[in-house]
Design a protein around this ligand. Structure first.
Ligand code: AHR
Length: 331
């Protein structure tokens, strides 16, 4: 009955709210045997995010036993809180969300807890005052990703006989306050502290988008072109920074120009890695839908779950990437 009510209410609210199809959607019909999941997605800022949304939609499909209420928060935490509150009012069975930023979730998660609705946090982590505010986390260890990048850089510079040389780094950050930015930034800053010859000469926010990164990189290049490394916190930012550098006459090449480091390892990012424009691409796996499905099904059967689950990730550099790897890539 609760599910029928949820389904009915969400359809009414979609119509009353005047939301566009891209912002909200409902898949599945209001049948009592479907598991109703409300999913609040950060937005559609990157190829990674689009792949993440598709993975969730295909894993939580009607054929797989779900009715999915999808909400796109368009990068606003306020929109995510509103969507989660709506899911609570609708009486969904599970709430899944990918938090835009790390802080500010305690009150709304308390509301979900009081309504007895399990919450699964995906992709990015949250700061929590109370450990019981969510049931499970499935996502990436962003600090570890950053450490992989920093260690690779140290190793590469050593092999090139450049370990003692001054290394001037431009750092393009992701959405400030997101755990993806916090982890990747912390790992780089920590590595800079360990290497007295490394220096961050500019640090700007590229918001995980190609357009913003192009804009900030273009303005950095007006101040200096003396750059050894550009550390971008996702593929979109790397592409935007490369566009700006090439336009300014700089070459992106680990042997004869700027060393570009990126995260995500999307198909397009890997094309740039094969072309040696991106020297290193650290994978961040967006295909999290099947893990969420598995967790929910276990909870439904009353089985124990892994509360914090970091998804396995690898990395590709310009020496290890191949055409076969790119062609077999799912995102
Ligand atoms: O939270 C994951 C990050 O968010 C990805 O690196 C980025 O592409 C996305 O927008």
């Amino acid at each position: 009955m609760r599910k029928l009510f949820a389904a009915f209410l969400c359809i009414i609210m979609l119509f009353l709210g005047g939301c566009t199809k891209e912002e909200q959607s409902v898949s599945g019909t209001p049948e009592d045997n479907l598991i109703v999941v409300g999913f609040s997605q950060v937005g559609a800022e990157s190829e990674w995010r689009v792949a993440n949304t598709e993975s969730m939609k295909s894993a939580l499909s009607e054929e797989n036993g779900y009715m999915l209420i999808f909400d796109n928060a368009r990068q606003e935490q306020e929109n995510q809180i509103r969507a989660i509150r709506m899911f609570i009012q609708q009486g969904v069975d599970y709430i899944v969300f990918s938090p835009n930023v790390e802080t500010g979730w305690n009150s709304i998660l308390l509301e979900a807890k009081e309504a007895d609705i399990p919450v699964i946090v995906i992709d990015r982590y949250i700061e929590q005052q109370d450990r019981d505010l969510f049931t499970a986390f499935i996502g990436a260890d962003f600090y570890k990703e950053g450490e992989i990048a920093a260690n690779w850089l140290a190793d590469f510079l050593k092999k090139r006989g450049r370990s003692e040389e001054p290394i001037r780094i431009v750092h393009i950050q992701g959405t400030i306050g997101s755990s993806a930015q916090i982890g990747r930034t912390a790992a780089l800053e920590e590595a800079v502290r360990r290497h007295p010859n490394w220096e961050i000469v500019a640090q700007e926010c590229g918001d995980f988008t190609r357009a913003k990164s192009y804009e900030v990189m273009s303005s950095i290049l007006k101040q200096t072109k003396d750059i050894d490394v550009v550390y971008c916190e996702n593929d979109g930012e790397a592409l935007g920074a490369i566009d700006a550098m090439e336009e300014a006459g700089l070459q992106c090449d680990p042997y004869s120009g700027v060393i570009v480091i990126s995260f995500d390892a999307t198909r397009l990012g890997l094309e740039y890695t094969l072309a040696r424009k991106i020297a290193l691409n650290v994978e961040c796996n967006p295909l999290q839908g099947p893990y969420v499905d598995e967790t929910i099904k276990k909870l439904e059967r009353g089985e124990p779950i892994e509360r914090i689950r970091y998804i396995d990730e690898t990395y590709f550099d310009f020496t290890s990437i191949t055409r076969e790897i790119i062609d077999s890539r799912k995102y």
